[in-house]
Design a protein around this ligand. Structure first.
Ligand code: PLP
Length: 217
């Protein structure tokens, strides 16, 4: 599939495309920018911070990978959406760095939906109780929605069920906690499973290898 056809397919569906450019050099990213793409996703804070000043300033940089608290400072001045809030401690660290930079940073709550053990992410009941117990306001972050990764398996039924679980978490949070129009993002779907994710209600897909080819490791 060409980039153009992927882009127009997603536009037709009203789904936002995050072009996942991790490991790719800046000239490769520039070429996709020149085809009209403005949102790029990276999974390492330092890699993102190195690329950002070398590329056009109207790029929206999304952090999609596990983020260590001591690395938040590298991206806090410019990052436009952090998909990977996977602990309350990280949430507080992002809030703090946002305030230090005079910004409000948009965030997604990453939930663990895959059966596989290794995945990062919050648990829904634990998050709700921790959130309700917060004693400070977190005025440096704006909650935009949820993110999740399905298991890397060929079992479509399992993947679909995991995406459906994430959608149900989104609905629950929207109903019980984040009752505002800002909370409108469901980030799910990658190169191998984005079509299923869209059928299950994704509003934002994170696609790397389908656009850029296999990763440079
Ligand atoms: C690498 C990555 C992607 C993109 O993966 P592809 O299979 O190359 O599309 C999406 N989301 C996250 C969190 C990633 O780390």
């Amino acid at each position: 599939m060409t980039f153009e056809s992927l882009k127009s397919h997603l536009e037709d569906k009203g789904v936002t495309l995050v072009a996942v450019s991790k490991t790719k050099p800046v000239d490769t990213i520039q070429a996709v920018y020149d085809q009209g793409q403005r949102i790029f996703g990276e999974n390492r804070a330092q890699e993102m911070a190195e690329k950002q000043p070398q590329l056009p300033y109207d790029i929206e940089w999304h952090m999609i990978g596990h983020l260590q608290r001591n690395k938040v400072k590298y991206i806090a001045p410019f990052v436009s959406l952090i998909h990977s809030i996977d602990s309350m401690r990280l949430l507080r660290a992002v809030n703090k760095e946002a305030l230090a930079n005079g910004r409000v940073i948009d965030v997604l709550l990453q939930f663990k939906i895959a059966e596989e053990e290794s995945k990062y992410g919050l648990e829904i009941d634990q998050f709700i109780s921790d959130f309700n117990a917060l004693d400070s306001e977190l005025s440096g972050v704006r909650f935009r929605g949820v993110m999740g990764m399905a298991s890397f398996v060929n079992d479509e039924k399992q993947v679909r069920g995991e995406f459906r679980t994430l959608k149900s978490y989104f609905n629950r949070l929207k109903q019980d906690i984040f009752r505002n129009d800002d909370f409108d993002v469901i980030s799910m779907g990658m190169s191998g499973d984005y079509q299923i994710a869209i059928e299950e209600g994704s509003t934002m897909v994170r696609i790397g290898s389908l656009i850029f080819g296999p990763r440079n490791t």
